[in-house]
Design a protein around this ligand. Structure first.
Ligand SMILES: Nc1ncnc2c1ncn2[C@@H]1O[C@H](COP(=O)(O)OP(=O)(O)OP(=O)(O)O)[C@@H](O)[C@H]1O
Length: 312
């Protein structure tokens, strides 16, 4: 098996009394596109800083392609796009890309960089005359110039409008299609859902969920099946997939990790009356996982509730 592109082992970093990253472990195999999703202050930028070798962890180990981050950077194997950062002005896009590519031993041909970042038509434009979205694609191009195997992007599309984001991700997909590894942080749930193979949700410096968007929704157990009931309801908690039962008036609301199995079992029990299935979206899952902004119980609470119920 090939070495992981990224391996973080129990990494911790504090700033004074603030523990920004708290025992975080994460392995990213080569070729994966991973979204690091988390609310403000979750520890995304600090994690990325350690990954890039810009910040030294207090404890734990950071490996990029099996070695120190600085080795991967020097070898041109890791390219980064920081959250912000000025671009040299008064030069054209092509000149700037060629200048940065020239710093690497085995750069990508400039024409390829421009094409991947969708900048071919803007190659002769001066950098200081670009729109925000175009400038962001130039930053992406600079991260690509050394033909890295891993690219790390800290909130690459923050402040871009919908069209600029679409164009940005278009370029990113071309890069990923070449078998490269991508790690990006984002607040945009739909962006993680749409562009990542894997989503790692972090909060307070810890991983709170890790999986495909489908798996994360399942972990959050947020699909709700509701139906009209009368009489005895305790059996509803024993249906497959059900993690929580709430009775409100004459309706039962079942949280389930497997709505298909729950509905089938209800049908077998001839209990389907005014049935409604409300699927979770990633936003609900995120809120439930991080406990921010909603009164939903955390998934661990939900899972524990179900275990206790079935043990009883
Ligand atoms: N250089 C620093 N000095 C002091 N505190 C810091 C420093 N860098 C980060 N922090 C604190 O560490 C915590 C994690 O911050 P970090 O920037 O890693 O989060 P984030 O998930 O990237 O947030 P955002 O999405 O807002 O960029 C926050 O409480 C932040 O205030």
């Amino acid at each position: 098996m090939s070495v992981n592109a990224v391996s973080l082992e129990e990494v911790t970093k504090s700033f004074g009394a603030v523990r920004a990253v708290d025992g975080l472990s994460l392995d990213i195999p080569q070729g994966q596109t991973l979204a690091l999703l988390g609310p403000n202050g979750a520890g995304k930028s600090t994690t990325i800083g350690m990954l890039l070798g810009l910040t030294v962890p207090d404890a734990g180990r950071v490996r990029v392609f099996g070695g120190a981050p600085s080795v991967a950077v020097r070898a041109g194997r890791m390219g980064a796009m920081p959250q912000e950062g000025g671009l040299i002005s008064r030069v054209t896009v092509r000149e700037l890309v060629a200048f940065v590519a020239g710093a690497y031993a085995a750069p990508l041909p400039v024409a390829d960089v421009l094409a991947t970042a969708r900048l071919t038509d803007l190659a002769g434009r001066r950098v200081d005359k670009l729109s925000g979205g175009q400038a962001q694609r130039v930053r992406f191009a600079l991260a690509l110039a050394g033909d890295p195997d891993l690219i790390v992007l800290d909130e690459p599309t923050a402040a871009l409008d919908v069209e600029a984001r679409r164009e940005f991700w278009d370029g990113m997909r071309r890069y990923a299609a070449r078998g490269k590894t991508i790690l990006f942080s984002t607040h945009y749930l739909e962006e993680a859902d749409e562009h990542a193979d894997r989503i790692v949700v972090i909060d307070r410096g810890r991983v709170v969920a890790d999986g495909t968007s489908r798996e994360i929704k399942r972990v959050a157990a947020l699909t709700t099946v509701s139906l009209s009931v009368d009489g005895e309801t305790s059996w509803l908690g024993r249906l497959p997939g059900v993690t929580m039962v709430e009775i409100r008036g004459r309706r039962a609301h079942l949280r389930t990790t497997d709505s298909d199995a729950t509905v089938m079992a209800l049908a077998e029990a001839r209990a389907v009356r005014d049935l409604e299935v409300s699927p979770a979206d990633l936003e609900d899952a995120f809120v439930a996982l991080t406990g921010r902004g909603a009164a939903s119980p955390s998934p661990t609470t939900a899972a524990r509730g179900a275990e206790e119920e079935s043990a009883a």
